[in-house]
Design a binder for this molecule. Structure first.
Ligand code: PMV
Length: 354
């Protein structure tokens, strides 16, 4: 029998939440306790590139991350693979003599090679880009007919925040009400061109201690924090409406106020967890002070900050001029060699600050 290989390559950027997802109501399906909203970064930065291959010569599903083989045995990978295989369709590549019928997919195996263009160990969310890219490339390989929102619901089952990386620009993950997760997916709020004056600066802050994983952190917060319950039920629903308004109107003062407040409340719920979880460190706190002081000294906010489950700061400047000022201020407070490493990323396809 003549052997063949069908290959697909895709690239997916990571995303940064400005209204945070924290807490699951269903851990298997990954259903959140509140909506969340994020910005997807420029695909030239912080992205995952994944090549998937299928061939009758493959005898098992295998995956390599940055050139090193990793196990696909975990439930999250398996759930994604199963959901994609279920939806696979006929594929025909005449020039290569490839003909795969819908029913063949259950007996064919895939090889997956994934690369992050940023250090995995830097504590920058890599699972979002990684799982989104895995789902997107496999969906292309197996000729799925589902749209981005439907694919996002599959990526969600690999890593919650991954569902938001299936779209560019500003994206919201609607928590949904159903128990089966059918209405919990991501939709685009505005595209990547809508607010492209924004400049995102990521300050990689070194941390000594190992952080609590988001999975166990969320579980502990859901079980013990009353503040989290209040946040999910009372605060986030209102904030989502205000944040969407701010983004649609390119209203930077409201955007900054909401993003900073939401990051701080997420970290407050971590502190309200028993035992308390500390993701930010002294350097993170110092960065918050610098930005808060600057914003208060101006008539209107210039920079927003947000921190995920780690000490790194994501700083969003209102425009390029502010971004270059911000970079200079950061370099003044944290000179090269200090415990902060500055990288900059933009929403549009521009490179800044050079
Ligand atoms: O999808 P996870 O399990 O990596 O959780 C991400 C949680 C935060 O990054 C802290 C917030 C968010 O909405 O991305």
């Amino acid at each position: 029998e003549k052997s063949w290989v069908r290959l697909v390559t895709a690239q997916t950027p990571t995303n940064i939440a400005v209204i945070k997802y924290w807490g699951k109501r269903d851990e298997t399906l990954i259903l959140p306790i509140n909506d969340s909203l994020s910005v997807t970064l420029d695909p030239n930065h912080l992205c995952t590139t994944t090549t998937v291959a299928v061939s009758p010569a493959f005898h098992q599903d295998r995956m390599w991350l940055n050139g090193k083989e990793i196990s696909l045995a975990g439930d999250r990978f398996q759930n994604c693979l199963r959901e994609i295989r279920k939806r696979a369709n006929d594929v025909e590549e005449e020039e290569k003599g490839i003909k795969i019928a819908k029913k063949d997919w259950e007996n064919l195996h895939v090889h997956i090679a994934s690369y992050n263009n940023f250090p995995t160990a830097a504590g920058l969310a890599s699972s979002a880009a990684g799982l989104a890219c895995l789902v997107f490339s496999l969906a292309k390989l197996m000729n799925l007919k589902e749209d981005q929102a439907q694919l996002s619901a599959i990526a969600r089952q690999g890593s919650g925040s991954a569902c938001r990386s299936l779209h560019g620009g500003f994206v919201k993950w609607i928590m949904g009400n159903n128990d089966d997760g059918s209405d919990s997916f991501a939709v685009q709020v505005t595209d990547e061109k809508h607010w492209d004056d924004l400049v995102i600066l990521i300050a990689v802050v070194s941390s000594r201690q190992k952080e609590t994983s988001s999975t166990s952190g969320m579980r502990e917060s859901v079980e013990t924090s009353l503040l989290l319950k209040h946040r999910a039920q009372e605060i986030v629903p209102k904030r989502m409406i205000q944040m969407e308004e701010a983004i649609k109107n390119k209203d930077f003062p409201s955007f900054a106020r909401l993003a900073c407040a939401d990051s701080n409340q997420f970290h407050a719920t971590c502190l309200d967890t028993t035992p308390p979880i500390f993701y930010m460190n002294d350097t993170s706190h110092k960065i918050i002070s610098i930005v808060e002081k600057w914003n208060r000294a101006e008539t209107t906010p210039q920079v927003a900050y947000t921190f995920d489950a780690g000490p790194n700061a994501v700083l969003i400047a209102r425009d390029r001029k502010t971004a270059s000022l911000l970079l200079r201020r950061m370099l003044f407070h944290f000179p090269p060699g200090a415990d902060v490493d500055l990288n900059s990323y933009v929403l549009g396809d521009k490179s800044i600050l050079q």
